[in-house]
Write a new protein. Structure first.
Length: 538
Protein backbone atom coordinates (compact mmCIF):
# COMPACT_ATOMS: atom_id res chain seq x y z
CA UNK A 1 0.00 0.00 0.00
CA UNK A 2 1.27 3.47 -0.74
CA UNK A 3 0.13 6.93 0.33
CA UNK A 4 1.12 10.15 -1.28
CA UNK A 5 -0.24 13.62 -1.84
CA UNK A 6 0.06 15.24 -5.19
CA UNK A 7 -1.80 17.09 -7.90
CA UNK A 8 -4.38 15.00 -9.73
CA UNK A 9 -5.65 17.73 -11.97
CA UNK A 10 -5.98 21.50 -12.15
CA UNK A 11 -7.03 22.54 -8.61
CA UNK A 12 -7.26 18.89 -7.42
CA UNK A 13 -5.20 17.44 -4.57
CA UNK A 14 -4.45 13.77 -4.11
CA UNK A 15 -4.91 13.08 -0.41
CA UNK A 16 -4.25 9.35 -0.54
CA UNK A 17 -3.26 6.89 -3.23
CA UNK A 18 -2.52 3.17 -3.24
CA UNK A 19 -2.82 0.25 -5.61
CA UNK A 20 -6.44 -0.13 -4.44
CA UNK A 21 -7.92 3.38 -4.20
CA UNK A 22 -7.21 7.06 -4.70
CA UNK A 23 -8.79 9.86 -2.63
CA UNK A 24 -8.80 13.31 -4.22
CA UNK A 25 -9.77 16.66 -2.74
CA UNK A 26 -11.68 18.98 -5.06
CA UNK A 27 -13.41 22.32 -4.55
CA UNK A 28 -16.70 20.66 -3.51
CA UNK A 29 -15.27 17.90 -1.32
CA UNK A 30 -13.54 14.53 -1.48
CA UNK A 31 -13.77 11.87 -4.22
CA UNK A 32 -12.86 8.19 -4.15
CA UNK A 33 -11.98 5.92 -7.08
CA UNK A 34 -11.03 2.23 -6.93
CA UNK A 35 -8.43 0.39 -8.99
CA UNK A 36 -8.72 -3.20 -7.85
CA UNK A 37 -10.07 -5.30 -4.98
CA UNK A 38 -8.12 -5.59 -1.77
CA UNK A 39 -9.20 -2.87 0.65
CA UNK A 40 -11.85 -3.81 3.21
CA UNK A 41 -14.31 -1.47 4.91
CA UNK A 42 -12.45 -1.91 8.21
CA UNK A 43 -9.19 -0.87 6.59
CA UNK A 44 -10.91 2.13 5.02
CA UNK A 45 -12.30 3.07 8.45
CA UNK A 46 -8.79 3.07 9.94
CA UNK A 47 -7.65 5.25 7.05
CA UNK A 48 -10.40 7.77 7.82
CA UNK A 49 -9.27 7.89 11.47
CA UNK A 50 -5.94 9.14 10.16
CA UNK A 51 -7.68 11.89 8.19
CA UNK A 52 -10.02 13.71 10.60
CA UNK A 53 -10.31 16.55 8.06
CA UNK A 54 -12.52 14.24 5.96
CA UNK A 55 -16.22 14.10 6.91
CA UNK A 56 -17.92 11.14 5.19
CA UNK A 57 -21.33 11.94 3.71
CA UNK A 58 -22.05 8.73 1.73
CA UNK A 59 -21.14 5.32 3.13
CA UNK A 60 -23.05 3.70 0.25
CA UNK A 61 -20.61 5.26 -2.25
CA UNK A 62 -17.64 3.91 -0.27
CA UNK A 63 -19.10 0.40 -0.08
CA UNK A 64 -19.94 0.26 -3.79
CA UNK A 65 -16.55 1.69 -4.85
CA UNK A 66 -14.58 -0.83 -2.76
CA UNK A 67 -16.77 -3.81 -3.67
CA UNK A 68 -16.76 -3.52 -7.47
CA UNK A 69 -13.54 -1.94 -8.78
CA UNK A 70 -12.58 -0.32 -10.95
CA UNK A 71 -14.83 2.67 -10.27
CA UNK A 72 -14.38 6.26 -11.50
CA UNK A 73 -14.08 9.10 -8.96
CA UNK A 74 -17.27 9.58 -6.90
CA UNK A 75 -18.09 12.23 -4.29
CA UNK A 76 -18.21 10.65 -0.79
CA UNK A 77 -17.16 13.32 1.76
CA UNK A 78 -16.83 17.01 2.57
CA UNK A 79 -14.14 18.84 4.47
CA UNK A 80 -14.46 18.84 8.22
CA UNK A 81 -14.03 22.25 9.77
CA UNK A 82 -10.62 22.29 11.44
CA UNK A 83 -11.96 23.89 14.57
CA UNK A 84 -15.72 24.09 15.04
CA UNK A 85 -17.34 25.96 17.92
CA UNK A 86 -21.00 25.49 18.93
CA UNK A 87 -22.89 27.69 21.37
CA UNK A 88 -26.20 26.67 22.94
CA UNK A 89 -29.22 28.90 22.30
CA UNK A 90 -29.14 30.26 25.87
CA UNK A 91 -25.41 31.08 25.50
CA UNK A 92 -24.66 29.16 28.67
CA UNK A 93 -22.47 26.43 27.10
CA UNK A 94 -19.89 26.35 24.32
CA UNK A 95 -18.38 23.23 22.72
CA UNK A 96 -15.27 22.83 20.55
CA UNK A 97 -14.33 20.06 18.13
CA UNK A 98 -10.79 19.89 16.68
CA UNK A 99 -10.40 18.03 13.37
CA UNK A 100 -6.71 18.06 12.39
CA UNK A 101 -4.13 15.46 11.50
CA UNK A 102 -2.03 13.70 14.12
CA UNK A 103 0.99 15.64 12.94
CA UNK A 104 -0.70 18.97 13.64
CA UNK A 105 -1.73 17.69 17.03
CA UNK A 106 1.83 16.75 17.96
CA UNK A 107 3.68 18.42 20.83
CA UNK A 108 5.79 20.64 18.60
CA UNK A 109 2.69 22.01 16.84
CA UNK A 110 0.46 22.19 19.96
CA UNK A 111 1.08 25.87 20.72
CA UNK A 112 0.04 26.99 17.25
CA UNK A 113 -3.06 24.78 17.46
CA UNK A 114 -4.08 26.19 20.86
CA UNK A 115 -3.65 29.69 19.51
CA UNK A 116 -5.92 28.78 16.59
CA UNK A 117 -8.55 27.38 18.99
CA UNK A 118 -8.49 30.53 21.15
CA UNK A 119 -8.80 32.75 18.08
CA UNK A 120 -11.84 30.72 16.95
CA UNK A 121 -13.43 31.13 20.39
CA UNK A 122 -12.93 34.89 20.26
CA UNK A 123 -14.35 35.01 16.73
CA UNK A 124 -17.53 33.44 18.11
CA UNK A 125 -17.60 36.03 20.89
CA UNK A 126 -16.74 33.58 23.68
CA UNK A 127 -14.96 35.61 26.36
CA UNK A 128 -16.27 34.22 29.68
CA UNK A 129 -16.09 30.89 31.49
CA UNK A 130 -13.40 29.35 29.25
CA UNK A 131 -12.15 26.10 30.79
CA UNK A 132 -8.38 26.46 30.80
CA UNK A 133 -7.80 22.88 31.90
CA UNK A 134 -9.77 21.55 28.93
CA UNK A 135 -7.92 23.89 26.59
CA UNK A 136 -4.45 22.91 27.85
CA UNK A 137 -4.84 19.27 28.83
CA UNK A 138 -7.98 17.63 27.44
CA UNK A 139 -8.20 18.55 23.75
CA UNK A 140 -8.30 15.52 21.45
CA UNK A 141 -8.89 14.91 17.78
CA UNK A 142 -12.47 14.72 16.51
CA UNK A 143 -14.04 14.84 19.99
CA UNK A 144 -16.68 17.36 21.04
CA UNK A 145 -15.67 18.97 24.35
CA UNK A 146 -17.27 21.51 26.67
CA UNK A 147 -14.87 24.45 26.40
CA UNK A 148 -16.76 27.27 28.15
CA UNK A 149 -19.60 27.52 30.65
CA UNK A 150 -21.51 30.56 31.84
CA UNK A 151 -22.92 31.21 35.29
CA UNK A 152 -26.70 30.73 35.42
CA UNK A 153 -28.74 33.39 37.19
CA UNK A 154 -29.96 32.61 40.68
CA UNK A 155 -33.68 33.16 40.57
CA UNK A 156 -35.32 34.95 43.42
CA UNK A 157 -37.07 33.01 46.18
CA UNK A 158 -40.83 33.15 46.38
CA UNK A 159 -42.38 34.64 49.47
CA UNK A 160 -42.45 32.13 52.33
CA UNK A 161 -45.64 31.83 54.33
CA UNK A 162 -46.20 30.33 57.78
CA UNK A 163 -49.69 30.22 59.23
CA UNK A 164 -51.37 29.41 62.54
CA UNK A 165 -52.02 25.67 62.72
CA UNK A 166 -55.30 24.46 64.12
CA UNK A 167 -54.93 21.82 66.80
CA UNK A 168 -55.84 18.27 65.85
CA UNK A 169 -59.16 17.20 67.34
CA UNK A 170 -58.09 14.02 69.08
CA UNK A 171 -59.65 12.79 72.33
CA UNK A 172 -57.26 11.70 75.08
CA UNK A 173 -58.16 9.50 78.03
CA UNK A 174 -56.37 10.35 81.27
CA UNK A 175 -56.53 8.97 84.80
CA UNK A 176 -55.77 11.26 87.73
CA UNK A 177 -55.98 9.18 90.88
CA UNK A 178 -59.49 7.74 90.95
CA UNK A 179 -60.84 10.22 88.40
CA UNK A 180 -60.97 9.53 84.67
CA UNK A 181 -60.68 12.53 82.34
CA UNK A 182 -61.71 12.83 78.70
CA UNK A 183 -59.55 15.67 77.38
CA UNK A 184 -59.89 17.42 74.05
CA UNK A 185 -59.04 20.79 72.51
CA UNK A 186 -61.87 21.70 70.18
CA UNK A 187 -61.73 25.50 69.92
CA UNK A 188 -58.52 27.34 68.98
CA UNK A 189 -58.80 30.42 71.19
CA UNK A 190 -56.64 33.52 70.71
CA UNK A 191 -56.45 36.95 72.33
CA UNK A 192 -56.22 40.28 70.51
CA UNK A 193 -52.64 40.72 69.31
CA UNK A 194 -51.82 37.00 69.10
CA UNK A 195 -49.72 35.89 66.10
CA UNK A 196 -51.67 34.26 63.26
CA UNK A 197 -49.17 34.07 60.42
CA UNK A 198 -46.33 35.71 58.55
CA UNK A 199 -44.89 36.10 55.07
CA UNK A 200 -41.35 37.03 54.06
CA UNK A 201 -40.86 39.26 51.03
CA UNK A 202 -39.74 37.51 47.82
CA UNK A 203 -36.13 38.12 46.75
CA UNK A 204 -34.92 39.57 43.44
CA UNK A 205 -32.23 36.91 42.85
CA UNK A 206 -28.81 37.53 41.33
CA UNK A 207 -27.86 37.83 37.62
CA UNK A 208 -25.79 35.28 35.74
CA UNK A 209 -23.37 35.67 32.83
CA UNK A 210 -23.26 33.94 29.45
CA UNK A 211 -20.13 32.64 27.71
CA UNK A 212 -20.35 35.79 25.59
CA UNK A 213 -20.12 37.91 28.72
CA UNK A 214 -23.73 39.05 28.60
CA UNK A 215 -25.66 39.47 31.85
CA UNK A 216 -28.60 37.09 32.28
CA UNK A 217 -31.28 38.55 34.49
CA UNK A 218 -32.88 36.29 37.11
CA UNK A 219 -36.57 35.62 37.55
CA UNK A 220 -37.65 37.54 40.67
CA UNK A 221 -39.46 35.56 43.35
CA UNK A 222 -43.24 35.66 43.36
CA UNK A 223 -45.26 37.31 46.05
CA UNK A 224 -48.31 35.29 46.99
CA UNK A 225 -51.22 36.71 48.94
CA UNK A 226 -51.74 35.86 52.58
CA UNK A 227 -55.55 35.90 52.67
CA UNK A 228 -57.26 36.95 55.87
CA UNK A 229 -60.49 38.44 57.14
CA UNK A 230 -59.74 42.19 57.43
CA UNK A 231 -62.41 42.64 60.12
CA UNK A 232 -60.90 40.20 62.63
CA UNK A 233 -57.24 40.11 61.53
CA UNK A 234 -54.77 42.97 61.16
CA UNK A 235 -51.55 43.17 59.15
CA UNK A 236 -48.19 44.70 60.13
CA UNK A 237 -45.03 45.03 58.03
CA UNK A 238 -41.49 45.25 59.41
CA UNK A 239 -38.01 44.36 58.08
CA UNK A 240 -39.28 42.50 55.02
CA UNK A 241 -41.85 40.43 56.93
CA UNK A 242 -45.62 40.86 56.84
CA UNK A 243 -47.22 39.50 60.01
CA UNK A 244 -50.85 38.81 60.84
CA UNK A 245 -52.28 39.38 64.31
CA UNK A 246 -55.69 38.75 65.83
CA UNK A 247 -57.63 42.01 65.90
CA UNK A 248 -59.92 40.67 68.61
CA UNK A 249 -60.32 37.84 71.05
CA UNK A 250 -62.05 34.82 69.60
CA UNK A 251 -61.66 31.46 67.89
CA UNK A 252 -59.38 30.93 64.89
CA UNK A 253 -61.01 29.52 61.79
CA UNK A 254 -60.12 28.99 58.13
CA UNK A 255 -62.45 29.63 55.23
CA UNK A 256 -60.57 27.99 52.40
CA UNK A 257 -57.11 29.56 52.82
CA UNK A 258 -58.42 32.74 54.44
CA UNK A 259 -57.77 32.95 58.18
CA UNK A 260 -60.07 34.78 60.53
CA UNK A 261 -61.04 35.11 64.18
CA UNK A 262 -64.66 34.26 64.71
CA UNK A 263 -66.77 35.59 67.52
CA UNK A 264 -66.20 33.46 70.56
CA UNK A 265 -68.59 33.63 73.46
CA UNK A 266 -67.12 32.46 76.75
CA UNK A 267 -69.46 31.76 79.68
CA UNK A 268 -67.21 31.87 82.77
CA UNK A 269 -69.53 29.75 84.90
CA UNK A 270 -72.85 28.08 84.09
CA UNK A 271 -75.66 28.58 81.63
CA UNK A 272 -78.59 29.17 83.99
CA UNK A 273 -81.21 31.77 84.91
CA UNK A 274 -78.55 34.50 84.92
CA UNK A 275 -77.59 33.91 81.28
CA UNK A 276 -80.78 32.43 79.92
CA UNK A 277 -80.79 30.20 76.85
CA UNK A 278 -77.96 30.96 74.45
CA UNK A 279 -78.00 31.09 70.64
CA UNK A 280 -74.77 32.47 69.15
CA UNK A 281 -73.42 32.92 65.63
CA UNK A 282 -69.82 31.94 66.45
CA UNK A 283 -68.08 29.57 68.88
CA UNK A 284 -69.17 28.96 72.47
CA UNK A 285 -67.16 27.86 75.50
CA UNK A 286 -69.04 27.16 78.72
CA UNK A 287 -66.52 26.80 81.55
CA UNK A 288 -69.11 25.36 83.90
CA UNK A 289 -72.21 23.38 83.00
CA UNK A 290 -75.59 23.89 81.36
CA UNK A 291 -78.31 23.67 83.96
CA UNK A 292 -81.35 21.44 83.46
CA UNK A 293 -84.00 22.71 81.01
CA UNK A 294 -81.65 25.26 79.39
CA UNK A 295 -80.36 25.18 75.82
CA UNK A 296 -77.17 26.23 74.03
CA UNK A 297 -77.03 26.68 70.25
CA UNK A 298 -74.19 27.93 68.09
CA UNK A 299 -73.27 28.26 64.45
CA UNK A 300 -69.81 26.80 65.14
CA UNK A 301 -68.16 24.54 67.75
CA UNK A 302 -69.40 24.24 71.32
CA UNK A 303 -67.29 23.31 74.36
CA UNK A 304 -68.79 22.54 77.75
CA UNK A 305 -65.87 22.12 80.13
CA UNK A 306 -67.50 21.50 83.50
CA UNK A 307 -66.09 18.53 85.40
CA UNK A 308 -69.53 16.96 85.92
CA UNK A 309 -70.92 17.48 82.44
CA UNK A 310 -74.61 18.16 81.78
CA UNK A 311 -77.93 16.70 82.85
CA UNK A 312 -81.46 17.05 81.52
CA UNK A 313 -80.77 20.03 79.33
CA UNK A 314 -83.31 21.01 76.73
CA UNK A 315 -80.89 20.94 73.78
CA UNK A 316 -77.25 21.45 72.85
CA UNK A 317 -76.94 22.16 69.11
CA UNK A 318 -74.14 23.12 66.69
CA UNK A 319 -75.41 24.03 63.26
CA UNK A 320 -72.05 23.82 61.44
CA UNK A 321 -69.48 22.50 63.89
CA UNK A 322 -68.67 19.89 66.53
CA UNK A 323 -69.55 19.54 70.23
CA UNK A 324 -67.27 18.61 73.14
CA UNK A 325 -68.80 17.88 76.56
CA UNK A 326 -65.91 17.15 78.87
CA UNK A 327 -67.76 15.65 81.81
CA UNK A 328 -70.38 13.57 80.02
CA UNK A 329 -74.14 13.56 79.56
CA UNK A 330 -76.66 12.34 82.15
CA UNK A 331 -79.72 13.15 80.08
CA UNK A 332 -82.54 11.79 82.30
CA UNK A 333 -84.43 10.80 79.12
CA UNK A 334 -84.74 14.46 78.16
CA UNK A 335 -81.42 15.84 76.84
CA UNK A 336 -81.03 16.20 73.07
CA UNK A 337 -77.60 16.81 71.53
CA UNK A 338 -77.35 17.74 67.81
CA UNK A 339 -74.24 18.31 65.76
CA UNK A 340 -73.43 18.91 62.09
CA UNK A 341 -69.95 17.42 62.53
CA UNK A 342 -68.67 15.29 65.43
CA UNK A 343 -69.54 14.83 69.11
CA UNK A 344 -67.02 14.04 71.86
CA UNK A 345 -67.99 13.26 75.43
CA UNK A 346 -66.87 11.21 78.42
CA UNK A 347 -70.12 9.19 78.71
CA UNK A 348 -73.74 9.26 77.58
CA UNK A 349 -76.65 8.17 79.74
CA UNK A 350 -80.38 8.39 78.93
CA UNK A 351 -79.96 10.97 76.15
CA UNK A 352 -80.77 11.44 72.47
CA UNK A 353 -77.83 12.10 70.14
CA UNK A 354 -78.26 13.20 66.51
CA UNK A 355 -74.95 13.61 64.70
CA UNK A 356 -74.07 13.85 61.00
CA UNK A 357 -70.45 12.94 61.73
CA UNK A 358 -68.86 10.56 64.25
CA UNK A 359 -69.73 10.17 67.93
CA UNK A 360 -66.75 9.50 70.22
CA UNK A 361 -67.59 8.32 73.74
CA UNK A 362 -64.86 7.94 76.34
CA UNK A 363 -66.22 5.23 78.61
CA UNK A 364 -69.84 4.12 78.32
CA UNK A 365 -73.16 4.66 76.61
CA UNK A 366 -76.18 3.74 78.74
CA UNK A 367 -79.86 3.56 77.70
CA UNK A 368 -79.42 6.18 74.99
CA UNK A 369 -80.68 6.71 71.48
CA UNK A 370 -77.82 7.60 69.09
CA UNK A 371 -77.92 8.35 65.36
CA UNK A 372 -74.62 9.05 63.59
CA UNK A 373 -72.35 8.07 60.70
CA UNK A 374 -70.01 6.18 63.05
CA UNK A 375 -69.94 5.51 66.79
CA UNK A 376 -66.72 4.81 68.69
CA UNK A 377 -66.23 3.90 72.34
CA UNK A 378 -62.65 5.12 72.82
CA UNK A 379 -61.64 3.39 76.07
CA UNK A 380 -60.52 -0.27 76.27
CA UNK A 381 -63.29 -0.47 78.89
CA UNK A 382 -65.83 1.21 76.61
CA UNK A 383 -69.31 -0.33 76.85
CA UNK A 384 -72.72 0.11 75.23
CA UNK A 385 -75.51 -0.96 77.58
CA UNK A 386 -79.16 -0.78 76.57
CA UNK A 387 -80.75 1.71 74.19
CA UNK A 388 -80.49 1.96 70.43
CA UNK A 389 -77.37 2.88 68.49
CA UNK A 390 -77.88 3.60 64.80
CA UNK A 391 -74.99 4.22 62.44
CA UNK A 392 -74.75 4.40 58.68
CA UNK A 393 -71.25 2.85 58.48
CA UNK A 394 -69.71 1.44 61.65
CA UNK A 395 -69.98 0.92 65.42
CA UNK A 396 -66.91 0.03 67.51
CA UNK A 397 -66.98 -0.85 71.21
CA UNK A 398 -64.99 -3.10 73.54
CA UNK A 399 -68.17 -4.42 75.19
CA UNK A 400 -71.78 -4.48 74.01
CA UNK A 401 -74.60 -5.40 76.35
CA UNK A 402 -74.28 -6.34 80.04
CA UNK A 403 -74.08 -9.34 82.37
CA UNK A 404 -77.71 -8.62 83.37
CA UNK A 405 -78.59 -9.17 79.69
CA UNK A 406 -80.18 -5.76 79.25
CA UNK A 407 -81.67 -5.43 75.77
CA UNK A 408 -79.16 -3.59 73.56
CA UNK A 409 -79.70 -2.85 69.87
CA UNK A 410 -76.97 -1.93 67.40
CA UNK A 411 -78.14 -1.06 63.88
CA UNK A 412 -75.91 -0.22 60.92
CA UNK A 413 -77.73 0.95 57.79
CA UNK A 414 -74.73 0.05 55.61
CA UNK A 415 -73.70 1.33 52.21
CA UNK A 416 -73.10 0.22 48.63
CA UNK A 417 -69.34 -0.31 48.30
CA UNK A 418 -69.35 -0.06 44.52
CA UNK A 419 -71.23 3.23 44.55
CA UNK A 420 -68.96 4.55 47.30
CA UNK A 421 -65.84 3.66 45.28
CA UNK A 422 -67.29 5.49 42.29
CA UNK A 423 -67.99 8.52 44.51
CA UNK A 424 -64.40 8.38 45.78
CA UNK A 425 -62.98 8.18 42.24
CA UNK A 426 -65.11 11.16 41.22
CA UNK A 427 -64.06 13.11 44.31
CA UNK A 428 -60.37 12.40 43.60
CA UNK A 429 -60.77 13.49 39.97
CA UNK A 430 -62.68 16.63 41.00
CA UNK A 431 -59.98 17.47 43.56
CA UNK A 432 -57.21 17.20 40.95
CA UNK A 433 -59.20 19.29 38.46
CA UNK A 434 -59.91 21.89 41.15
CA UNK A 435 -56.22 22.02 42.14
CA UNK A 436 -55.22 22.62 38.52
CA UNK A 437 -57.73 25.46 38.24
CA UNK A 438 -56.52 26.95 41.53
CA UNK A 439 -52.88 26.76 40.39
CA UNK A 440 -53.74 28.83 37.31
CA UNK A 441 -55.72 31.34 39.37
CA UNK A 442 -52.88 31.57 41.89
CA UNK A 443 -50.49 32.44 39.07
CA UNK A 444 -52.94 35.09 37.92
CA UNK A 445 -53.11 36.47 41.47
CA UNK A 446 -49.30 36.56 41.66
CA UNK A 447 -49.27 38.83 38.60
CA UNK A 448 -51.50 41.33 40.41
CA UNK A 449 -49.55 41.11 43.69
CA UNK A 450 -46.24 41.63 41.89
CA UNK A 451 -47.50 44.74 40.08
CA UNK A 452 -46.55 47.91 41.91
CA UNK A 453 -49.51 49.96 40.64
CA UNK A 454 -53.00 48.79 39.74
CA UNK A 455 -55.57 50.88 37.90
CA UNK A 456 -59.14 50.98 39.15
CA UNK A 457 -60.18 48.37 36.59
CA UNK A 458 -57.22 46.16 37.52
CA UNK A 459 -58.15 46.38 41.21
CA UNK A 460 -61.68 45.26 40.35
CA UNK A 461 -60.26 42.36 38.34
CA UNK A 462 -57.98 41.47 41.27
CA UNK A 463 -60.91 41.46 43.71
CA UNK A 464 -62.91 39.31 41.31
CA UNK A 465 -60.06 36.80 40.91
CA UNK A 466 -59.50 36.65 44.69
CA UNK A 467 -63.19 36.11 45.35
CA UNK A 468 -63.26 33.30 42.79
CA UNK A 469 -60.11 31.81 44.36
CA UNK A 470 -61.56 31.76 47.89
CA UNK A 471 -64.83 30.28 46.65
CA UNK A 472 -63.01 27.47 44.86
CA UNK A 473 -60.80 26.86 47.92
CA UNK A 474 -63.94 26.35 50.00
CA UNK A 475 -65.26 23.88 47.43
CA UNK A 476 -61.88 22.11 47.46
CA UNK A 477 -62.04 21.76 51.24
CA UNK A 478 -65.53 20.31 50.98
CA UNK A 479 -64.29 17.82 48.37
CA UNK A 480 -61.31 16.85 50.53
CA UNK A 481 -63.61 16.37 53.54
CA UNK A 482 -65.85 14.19 51.39
CA UNK A 483 -62.83 12.19 50.23
CA UNK A 484 -61.67 11.69 53.84
CA UNK A 485 -65.11 10.40 54.84
CA UNK A 486 -65.34 8.08 51.84
CA UNK A 487 -61.85 6.66 52.47
CA UNK A 488 -62.79 6.04 56.12
CA UNK A 489 -66.00 4.29 55.09
CA UNK A 490 -64.19 2.05 52.59
CA UNK A 491 -61.83 0.90 55.33
CA UNK A 492 -64.87 -0.68 56.95
CA UNK A 493 -65.26 -4.41 56.47
CA UNK A 494 -67.95 -5.35 53.97
CA UNK A 495 -70.73 -2.81 53.55
CA UNK A 496 -71.28 -2.02 57.21
CA UNK A 497 -69.61 -3.28 60.37
CA UNK A 498 -70.13 -3.79 64.10
CA UNK A 499 -66.79 -4.40 65.79
CA UNK A 500 -66.83 -5.94 69.29
CA UNK A 501 -63.28 -5.70 70.60
CA UNK A 502 -63.77 -7.80 73.77
CA UNK A 503 -67.19 -9.34 74.22
CA UNK A 504 -70.93 -9.08 73.67
CA UNK A 505 -73.56 -10.35 76.12
CA UNK A 506 -76.82 -12.22 75.37
CA UNK A 507 -79.93 -10.19 74.51
CA UNK A 508 -77.86 -8.00 72.20
CA UNK A 509 -79.21 -7.42 68.70
CA UNK A 510 -76.87 -6.64 65.81
CA UNK A 511 -78.56 -5.49 62.61
CA UNK A 512 -76.58 -4.63 59.46
CA UNK A 513 -78.35 -3.74 56.19
CA UNK A 514 -81.59 -5.12 57.71
CA UNK A 515 -80.00 -8.51 58.40
CA UNK A 516 -80.58 -9.27 62.07
CA UNK A 517 -78.35 -11.29 64.39
CA UNK A 518 -79.68 -12.12 67.87
CA UNK A 519 -76.80 -12.82 70.26
CA UNK A 520 -78.07 -15.49 72.64
CA UNK A 521 -74.77 -16.41 74.26
CA UNK A 522 -71.66 -14.52 75.29
CA UNK A 523 -69.25 -14.05 72.38
CA UNK A 524 -65.69 -12.76 72.35
CA UNK A 525 -63.79 -10.38 70.04
CA UNK A 526 -66.03 -10.50 66.98
CA UNK A 527 -66.66 -8.26 64.03
CA UNK A 528 -69.95 -8.63 62.17
CA UNK A 529 -70.22 -7.31 58.61
CA UNK A 530 -72.29 -7.81 55.46
CA UNK A 531 -70.92 -8.89 52.07
CA UNK A 532 -73.22 -9.47 49.08
CA UNK A 533 -76.30 -9.64 51.27
CA UNK A 534 -74.82 -12.15 53.72
CA UNK A 535 -73.96 -11.47 57.37
CA UNK A 536 -70.47 -12.67 58.25
CA UNK A 537 -68.24 -12.47 61.27
CA UNK A 538 -64.57 -12.94 62.11
Amino acid sequence: MREDAGTAGMGDLTVYSSEYITITKKSDGFYIESHKKGMSLDQFGKLMNEHPEIKVTSFVTIRNTLATPPKPPAHFAVENQRISVEITDDEMLAYVTVCVSAAEFSEENRFALLKEVVNELYKKGIVFGIKQNVLLNELSINKKLLIAEGIPPENGKDSEIRMYELMDVKPELKTDGNVDHYELSLINRVKAGDWLGEMTDPTEGSPGKSVKGNSIMPMPGKKYPMPYDPVSVREAYEDGITRLYAAREGAVYYEGERIGVSNHLEIPKNVDFKTGNIDFEGFITVKGTVEDNFSVSAEEDIEILGEYGIGSVKEISSRRGSIYIRGGIAGKNKAVIKSKKDIYTKYISDATIICEGSVHIGYYCLNSDITAREVYLDSPRGQIIGGNVRASVKVVSSIIGSASEKRTTIMVAGFNRKEMKEKLEKAVADIEAMKNILTKIKQEISIFTNTSYLTGEQKNDYDRVKSNFFGLKNKLKELEDEKRVLVGCLRTRGEGEVSILKKAFPNTVVEIKKIIKEIDREILSTSFYVVEGELKNI
